[in-house]
Design a protein around this ligand. Structure first.
Ligand SMILES: *[C@@H]1O[C@H](CO)[C@@H](O)[C@H](O)[C@H]1NC(C)=O
Ligand SMILES: *[C@@H]1O[C@H](CO)[C@@H](O)[C@H](O)[C@H]1NC(C)=O
Ligand SMILES: *[C@@H]1O[C@H](CO)[C@@H](O)[C@H](O)[C@H]1NC(C)=O
Ligand SMILES: *[C@@H]1O[C@H](CO)[C@@H](O)[C@H](O)[C@H]1NC(C)=O
Ligand SMILES: *[C@@H]1O[C@H](CO)[C@@H](O)[C@H](O)[C@H]1NC(C)=O
Ligand SMILES: *[C@@H]1O[C@H](CO)[C@@H](O)[C@H](O)[C@H]1NC(C)=O
Length: 465
């Protein structure tokens, strides 16, 4: 009997639970030896969009984020929209197809984690050689891809209530919505858990204002103090923000009630210690370290974890551990030593630095360097859009070198998603953009254990196990 894959995964979990002698709870938070570990869940992104457009959104987002991280003016909305429209024009399709809503005639990837969708139900019955066009004046289609969201549960207030919080390595402020929050159109801030004096006895509003702008979206409000509990560890009277205003990208989010920035000090807008710094200042942890084991949905698990105060030794191969100085002031920039494909160094890699960002889906690299890497991947093809395809079943290993060690990307993660019905070609998880640095997102980070230290401004990497 052939069991569906999720069921097999479930059985495996049950078996482990029955026979494991390690009584440590698998899915609950825990505090051990001055470290706090919380389960990390990946949020499902919008999968209604054609894979090529989702890929382009990620490239657009990469442009904008890299510009921001480099202190440069980013591309305009109009430029990003033009990129998206151009990309749509390369999708072979009937002119009647609309790419901005759930569509029955062009079924889209169902797994936002880069799954190989081999049976894309493409309706060719009304095909013509006309290029696809984006639906006119569509407002529903975002010009840039939403951040890849990883959620952890944080308790706030007295009595304490659970808030689902996005953990973001590319910013340094912590906030949740306030009861009086409105979005940019003056509407309420959605179906979320909110914080105010009305629902927390320990809530104190300092009246001090804050605001922060992200690659996609913004939030602003006032600094408050209240009790924040992470994995059972109680931070009394912690200073953070409540949002009186947030953009629709947050208010309309189905899963997240707020956001915790885990970047370096240079990115703080609120001017208060981040939770990880506060945990260190109060002596709960010894070092202001945040470590990530990102979940891989492709393995039918959503069991990542974040650890504050140290590294979870059970999640990586110690012999591969390297620590490098971040060259950024807040953003996590790691010196890049090169790229290899199946053990062969790729010549022509000029970038010397990679921005490590858990909120980015792809590995996005300068166009010429992308060509040099893909040239060594058997079956890779340059698409007319300027982006690359690779065989969906590729078993090529691309590795990035940091701190003198090579870290291989699991070939499964090299694939973004299938874009065609039968070709066996998939959109590459390595995207191309006009920049001089690598943007190192989940395509790479899912294969490693990734850790940052705010006080030392260092990045630690190791091969994940
Ligand atoms: C193709 O689509 C057009 C526009 O929606 C429609 O008028 C036409 O009947 C369709 N042709 C076929 C063969 O389905
Ligand atoms: C699209 O917007 C333009 C101006 O922004 C307007 O003139 C045009 O009528 C709109 N088209 C549709 C189909 O709504
Ligand atoms: C609001 O969220 C709660 C909890 O996630 C859910 O049970 C409820 O159905 C939602 N309500 C609406 C109107 O979406
Ligand atoms: C909470 O912190 C604020 C600012 O850090 C301080 O002014 C206030 O006295 C503290 N309150 C308590 C009850 O510790
Ligand atoms: C990192 O920076 C510190 C000083 O801040 C220096 O002592 C150390 O040698 C640097 N490490 C590397 C690998 O460059
Ligand atoms: C994977 O590796 C095997 C053996 O090295 C090779 O024969 C096969 O063609 C490879 N598959 C792909 C899709 O590259």
């Amino acid at each position: 009997m052939q069991l569906p894959a999720p069921f097999v995964a479930l059985l495996a979990t049950v078996t482990l639970a029955l026979f494991s002698v390690d009584a440590r709870p698998v899915r609950s938070s825990r505090a051990t030896g001055r470290m706090i570990t919380l389960p990390l869940r990946r949020m499902q992104g919008n999968t209604n969009l054609h894979v090529e457009l989702r890929h382009q959104q990620q490239i657009n987002r990469a442009h904008r984020l890299m510009a921001r991280a480099s202190g440069l003016p980013g591309p305009s909305d109009a430029q990003l929209r033009a990129n998206l429209e151009k990309r749509a024009s390369f999708i072979p399709s009937s002119p009647t197809r609309r790419f901005n809503r759930p569509s029955s005639d062009y079924v889209l990837a169902s797994d936002d984690d880069g799954a190989v969708i081999s049976n894309l139900a493409v309706d060719n019955s009304n095909d013509s050689n006309q290029p696809a066009v984006l639906a006119q004046n569509s407002t529903q289609i975002d010009i840039d891809g939403a951040d890849t969201g990883y959620l952890a549960t944080v308790e706030i207030g007295t009595p304490s209530r659970n808030f689902a919080i996005i953990l973001d390595s590319g910013s340094s402020d912590f906030w949740v919505g306030s009861d009086v929050c409105t979005d940019e159109n003056g509407n309420g801030c959605g179906n979320h858990t909110f914080l105010s004096a009305a629902n927390s006895q320990s809530f104190v509003n300092t009246g001090k204002k804050w605001s922060v702008t992200y690659g996609s979206g913004a939030a602003s409000g006032e600094i408050v103090t209240d009790t924040v509990i992470l994995g059972g560890m109680v931070l009394g009277n912690h200073s953070f923000g409540v949002a009186h205003s947030m953009s629709q990208s947050f208010s309309g989010d189905k899963a997240a009630d707020g956001l915790m920035g885990l970047g370096g000090k240079g990115l703080s807008n609120q001017g208060v210690p981040t939770p990880v710094q506060a945990m260190k200042d109060t002596g709960f942890i010894d070092q202001a370290i945040t470590s990530y084991r990102l979940p891989r949905l492709l393995d039918h698990t959503n069991n990542g974890e974040v650890t504050f105060g140290g590294l979870d030794e059970s999640k990586f191969d110690r012999s591969t551990l390297v620590t490098v100085n971040s060259t950024g002031d807040g953003f996590w920039f790691a010196p890049l030593g090169g790229v290899s494909v199946d053990g062969d160094d790729v010549s022509g890699i000029q970038s010397t630095v990679g921005l490590m960002d858990t909120g980015t889906t792809l590995l996005v690299v300068p166009t010429k360097e992308s060509a040099a890497i893909h040239a060594k991947i058997p079956g890779a093809k340059l698409q007319s859009s300027g982006q690359w395809s690779i065989p969906c079943g590729t078993n090529t290993t691309v590795a990035l070198k940091f701190g003198g060690k090579s870290f291989p990307i699991n070939p499964k993660d090299l694939v973004f998603a299938s874009f065609g019905k039968t070709t066996g070609d998939c959109t590459s998880g390595i995207g191309s953009f006009d920049d001089t640095k690598f943007l190192v997102g989940d395509t790479f980070l899912k294969s490693v254990y990734f850790s940052t230290n705010v006080d030392e401004n260092t990045i630690t990497l190791a091969q994940a196990i």
